[in-house]
Write a protein that binds this ligand. Structure first.
Ligand code: FES
Length: 106
């Protein structure tokens, strides 16, 4: 099966706060963008994998991790993996930054 990926303009790089979440909705998917201290931008699904589904843009960012605001699970912004002792994974999306444009590839 051939799947087509689309590059969608999600935000302006200069509008993204450092170490805080920025929510966007693309194709009815709620995505959390995070600009970390080193300037990289990550995009992950905006819900914790926990049944309570905490909103990750409300979480605290430390390095390349976000802490879910509800139960404090530590989630990697790089691969979406929940760190031990908790388990689970959040979907991640590829990000391209071109000038001031931040694109998400879905
Ligand atoms: S809602 Fe449970 S860890 Fe986020």
């Amino acid at each position: 099966m051939i799947t087509t990926k689309t590059m969608t303009l999600a935000a302006n790089y200069s509008d993204l706060p450092v170490r805080a979440g920025y929510a966007v909705n693309i194709n009815d998917i709620e995505i959390a963008l995070f600009k970390v201290t080193n300037g990289r931008v990550y995009a992950i699904e905006n819900h914790s994998p926990h049944p309570k589904g905490g909103v990750l843009t409300e979480g605290l960012v430390s390095g390349e991790y976000v802490y879910c605001p509800v139960y404090d699970w530590k989630i990697s912004l790089v691969d979406g993996k929940v760190q031990a002792p908790d388990t689970g994974q959040v979907k991640t999306f590829q990000v391209e930054v071109e000038g001031d444009n931040v694109y998400i590839i879905i």
